[in-house]
Design a protein around this ligand. Structure first.
Ligand code: PLP
Length: 413
């Protein structure tokens, strides 16, 4: 794009975009610019039809028979295997059933079990709060066996102490979009004898991932963000093969039993990843997620990354030239260090996001002053970048963000 900042050039980029056809796979209002797929992904058209079929036929007609006849019972592992392909994990290493927070409990306990004698969960203060709460809760449950050590990002790169059992980090930071070097950090954890647990909530479907090659022993990630699984979609849990046999599920339940329908009073863990199930899986949510994942399996992640970098670069460039220094870039300037979101700071960020929403652009706000814009290459157009920058500069110039109606805080920001 030339320095002239011309909408025609953005239209031309859309015309030659190899992912262009994918927008039609989603239910999206043409007039709406949706830059919040990093929080809640859009609704795939296939999910509408699939859920109708699940509800009317599999549940409505099939009833209890569908656990066998429609292979519901296999869904957590089947969908896990599909997600494994998307994130570079192996068959039988991923299962899908709980929220990310619950999956973290299971991942942390599996990691601590696998490193007897080590007492520390190491993490950083910028981690997503649920990760910190869960780690604290796990440490409390395990009593004096385990403590949580919370470091600043720059301290992570010092040699690790030999008491660390698990290093737990979020790969792409939810506030800033900054991306850790997965391979280098996993290798440093391994060099110190620790295991590596990655939260991939802002990575899966956003950036190419090679969990196995890059040393993720354990991982979790949301199903409802870039994966487009639907509000509250189940998360995925990865436990690498080498850890599975010795790993215990801290929340053992009948669905993770080797023979649930024997109804034995003695718990015997299932073989492999299935032992990480607890109760009955949420079937409607799982099958909604599966239809979204099926869409992903036909998508080239390298092309997604290429478009993601192009969209975010154009946005950063546009904001710098159209909004001056009114919006401060919080995300890393180098795309190699960034996921698929751009975060900008503004003292009245909440009002900015609300005024933009009124102008047909949906981003979101994270306290205290962060405006987040998620660029999901499957359905974001290049012209959306142009139009967002235009509208953002108008919101800033006009001072519309100061209007009281844009400054009434809703529960969800
Ligand atoms: C990095 C990260 N981890 C965990 C969560 C929470 O996931 P859940 O609500 O599925 O427990 C989120 C939610 O936004 C997140 O961004």
């Amino acid at each position: 794009v030339s320095d002239g900042w011309n909408r025609d050039e953005f239209e031309a980029l859309d015309q030659s975009d190899p992912l262009r056809h994918l927008r039609d796979e989603f239910v999206l209002d043409d007039g709406l610019i949706y830059l919040d797929g990093n929080s809640l992904g859009a609704l795939p058209r296939a999910t509408v039809a699939r859920l109708r079929q699940v509800v009317e036929q599999e549940w409505g007609q099939g009833l209890i028979r569908s656990w066998n006849d429609a292979a519901w019972i296999e869904a957590p592992q089947r969908i896990g295997d599909k997600i494994a392909r998307l994130i570079g994990a192996g068959d039988g290493e991923v299962i899908v059933t709980d929220s990310t927070s619950i999956a973290l409990v299971k991942a942390l306990c599996a990691g601590i079990d696998a490193r007897p004698g080590r007492t520390v969960i190491l993490t950083e203060d910028a981690n997503f709060p649920t990760d910190l709460y869960v780690a604290g809760g796990v440490a409390e449950l395990l009593g004096s066996r385990v403590v949580v050590r919370i470091m600043k990002r720059e301290e992570l790169f010092r040699p690790l102490a030999d008491d660390v059992a698990v290093v737990m980090l979020t790969h792409v930071d939810f506030r800033t979009g900054a991306m850790h070097d997965m391979r280098a950090i996993s290798a440093a954890a391994h060099d110190a004898g620790a295991l590596m647990l990655w939260d991939l909530s802002h990575s899966a479907g956003a950036v190419p991932l090679s969990c196995m090659d890059d040393g993720a022993d354990l991982a979790v990630g949301c199903g409802y963000k870039y994966l487009n699984g639907g509000p509250g979609a189940p998360a995925f849990l990865l436990v690498s093969r080498t850890l599975q046999e010795a790993a215990r599920n801290p929340l053992p339940g009948w669905m993770g039993h080797a023979a649930p329908f024997d109804f034995s009073n003695d718990y015997a863990a299932a073989e492999g990843i299935r032992r990480f199930l607890t109760g009955t899986p949420p079937m409607l949510s799982l099958l909604a997620l599966e239809s979204a994942i099926d869409l992903w399996l036909g998508v080239d992640m390298a092309a997604v990354r290429e478009k993601s970098v192009a969209l975010t670069e154009l946005f950063i460039h546009g904001v710098a030239s159209m909004c001056g220094d009114a919006m401060e870039l919080l995300s890393p300037r180098d795309p190699a260090d960034r996921g698929s979101q751009v975060s900008l700071r503004h003292a009245d960020g909440y009002g900015v996001i609300q005024a933009l929403a009124a102008a047909g652009v949906i981003g979101d706000f994270r306290a205290p002053d962060i405006c987040r814009f998620g660029f999901t290459p499957l359905y974001t157009r290049y012209v959306d970048v142009f139009d967002t920058v235009e509208r953002l500069s108008r919101v800033i110039e006009s001072g519309a963000y100061r209007e009281p109606r844009y400054n009434v805080r809703a529960t969800v920001t």
